[in-house]
Design a protein around this ligand. Structure first.
Ligand code: NAD
Length: 372
């Protein structure tokens, strides 16, 4: 992007005046955005599974991103995707030659959509290839791995985001506002739960059921959304947790990961959040009880569309494509070489994983665990 077109672009996306007034065109020297005559962020998807399909679909209506690269271990699938999304063959990688992406000026960012245990390796390899990275939730298998991923990204001068698709979703922005601005007074109690039934018929060989690949069961997969919603509605970090594993109703299927898990997060302002995440039954709801009323959603944490109400009326917000919105908001920041806000950056994934680690410890020990 040349000087004039970048100026025009910054103005178009509403970041122009503040940046330009400070020092003309203020772009730090470690700007790794290579591309671009048309001001879009070039995104490579790493792992072409179910969620990659949702992201690819979202990218089709993105204003600030384009699907430019693919990383897959299955040549036939990669070829099919390349054809469908018109990705040139020189932008298609496998897990062996992935590191060569460092010399590809047509890729700005790698979006890691692999099984949880592979997130750390591919975030680190992408960062070392000088690409910005988005990693899916859960960010890694544990908080220690998250710390390592953040450090490598910092050392390499690239930015790391977590794919929290609800951070830019209008209904969730509203419940965050209702809670943090205390519209119904101090929130005292939250219930945030997400589950679905997977073991009928279910595939016990699916990576989610293998602890080495998933790191755990529904807490890793779904519980992160419950933790997130409580944290952003309260605007506080929990200080301690108690937790209980649910019954294992299908020992052959739930051989390695929990079937369900309940937990209670205790917040410094006195609020408690009670949650369950399960592969054993369907649940998808959020409730916040406050001093002067309540607000609630159901569906709440899935792909929606969300339905909600408060003690004074309905919550009606437009239904958006969550992936398009997430990608555009992240791209707007990266294209102007601004730091990502902390709520979407690697630090946010680390905070969640500290809580996840504490929940598992509480469930295993039966004790109340302090969260550092
Ligand atoms: P998936 O099983 O559909 O896809 C995983 C991909 O990884 C496949 O393309 C598979 O070929 C590839 N892969 C490479 N090595 C593998 C291995 N050893 N075992 C299994 N697969 C391997 O999974 P998914 O549902 O797309 O989930 C991928 C990631 O996205 C996970 O981290 C998951 O938590 C996350 N996710 C996020 C959301 C969300 O709403 N943000 C939704 C679904 C999944």
């Amino acid at each position: 992007m040349n000087h004039v077109s970048r100026r025009k672009f910054l103005q178009n996306i509403g970041l122009g005046s503040s940046l330009l007034s400070v020092s003309g065109l203020t772009l730090p020297s470690n700007n790794f955005i290579n591309s671009n005559n048309d001001q879009k962020l070039n995104v490579a998807l790493c792992g072409l599974g179910r969620y990659a399909n949702a992201v690819a679909y979202g990218l089709e209506s993105s204003n600030y991103c384009r699907l430019s690269g693919l990383v897959s271990g299955t040549p036939t699938k990669a070829a099919e995707w390349a054809k469908n999304y018109r990705v040139p063959s020189q932008n298609v990688y496998n897990y062996q030659n992935f590191d060569k992406i460092i010399s590809n000026k047509d890729i700005d960012l790698v979006y890691v959509l692999l099984p949880n245990a592979m997130h750390k390796e591919y975030v680190i390899r992408a960062a070392k290839a000088k690409k910005h990275v988005i990693v899916e939730k859960p960010m890694a298998l544990n908080a220690k791995d998250c710390e390592e991923m953040i450090k490598v990204c910092e050392d390499e001068g690239v930015q790391l985001a977590v794919g929290y698709r609800l951070h830019y979703e209008p209904t969730h922005l509203e419940i965050k506002r209702l809670g943090q601005e205390k519209v119904f007074g101090q929130v005292r109690y939250i219930e945030a739960s997400l589950g679905y039934k997977t073991d009928a018929p279910g595939d016990p060989n699916e990576w989610r059921m293998k602890k080495a690949l998933s790191g755990g069961g529904p807490l890793m997969n779904l519980g992160v959304y419950c933790i997130q919603s409580a944290r952003y509605v309260l605007g506080e970090e929990p200080i301690s947790v108690t937790a209980q594993f649910g019954p294992n109703t299908n020992k052959a299927y739930f051989a390695e990961v929990e079937a369900s898990i309940s937990w209670q997060l205790y917040f410094p302002g006195g609020a408690v959040c009670s949650s369950v995440s399960s592969y054993n039954f369907a649940i998808d709801r959020f409730y916040a009880g406050a001093d002067k009323g309540f607000f609630e959603l159901s569906p709440a944490l899935s792909y929606g569309p969300f339905k909600g109400r408060t003690s004074t009326g309905e919550l009606n917000f437009p239904v958006i494509n969550q992936q398009t919105q997430q990608m555009d908001e992240i791209a707007r920041i990266l294209l102007t070489n601004q730091p990502l806000p902390t709520h979407i950056a690697g630090q946010e994934g680390l905070k969640d994983m500290r809580i996840v680690d504490a929940i598992y410890k509480a469930a295993k020990t039966g004790k109340k665990i302090l969260i550092r």
